[in-house]
Design a protein around this ligand. Structure first.
Ligand SMILES: Nc1nc(C(F)(F)F)ncc1COP(=O)(O)OP(=O)(O)O
Ligand SMILES: [Mg+2]
Length: 218
């Protein structure tokens, strides 16, 4: 298993669709400078970039992550991840089979899988997942086809069953509710809106880091 989430992680996820009218790369650089531990390029939906525009954007995101020594993960698009030699791929239950993605990406790349149950978590572990994403914990605006908020019970159950498997909570997580996710034993929080829409990205990431300490003191 990769050492990717050996300490509580702030995992930023973004696509150009999350930053309408703004400079997505500027937002990513502010998040990297603010101290995010991992970045996932999630280019999705009607306004998503495609073709050369997507490739150019992805290369720039990867360049920034490389400069800050932060893992660069691609959502869904295994071909793009492979073409870029990205640090890893994140796939959901409707995407490519995790075992196929693991075979294509090879043993040294990071493989993340979205799961919503113990059964899906077991399948992800058997397929060689390095971490699983579980959510939506709270209500979210960032995912059009999201399920209803599941709270943290799923995180608790998977951590109970697979204590060594990093579990990332996702969905509506902000500094003021992140403590519940840490208290459930999550190894990281995945965040889109709470960072993209922050007045000060640096301050918001500091607040997330403070939530880790608060969660640990419980
Ligand atoms: N992108 C994600 N990242 C995570 C992570 F663990 F990284 F936090 N967990 C869950 C998702 C959701 O991924 P998926 O189920 O494929 O849906 P979509 O492709 O619409 O994002
Ligand atoms: Mg997906």
């Amino acid at each position: 298993m990769s050492k990717l989430f050996s300490k509580p992680a702030i995992y930023f996820i973004m696509g150009s669709q999350n930053t309408p009218g703004r400079d997505a790369l500027e937002i990513l650089e502010a998040a990297l400078a603010g101290g995010i531990n991992c970045f996932q390029l999630r280019e999705k939906g009607a306004d998503a970039l495609t073709g050369e525009l997507l490739l150019d954007f992805a290369v720039e995101c990867q360049r920034l992550c490389c400069a800050y020594k932060v893992p660069f993960i691609v959502n869904d698009d295994v071909e793009l991840a492979y073409a870029l030699d990205a640090d890893g791929i994140h796939i959901g239950q409707e995407d490519m089979e995790a075992s196929t993605a693991r075979r294509l990406m090879g043993p040294d790349k990071i493989l993340g899988v979205s799961v919503h149950s113990l059964e899906e978590a077991e399948k992800a572990v058997l397929s060689g997942a390095d971490y699983v994403g579980m959510g939506p914990v709270f209500g979210t605006q960032s995912k059009a086809d999201t399920k209803s908020p599941a709270g943290t019970s799923g995180i608790l159950a998977v951590k109970n069953r697979y204590p060594g498997l990093p579990v990332i909570g996702i969905g509506g997580i902000a500094p003021d509710n992140a403590g519940q996710v840490w208290a459930a034993g999550a190894d990281g929080v995945a965040v889109i809106s709470a960072i993209v829409q922050a007045e000060s990205i640096a301050l918001q990431i500091r607040r997330f880091n403070e939530s880790i300490k608060a969660g640990a003191e419980k």
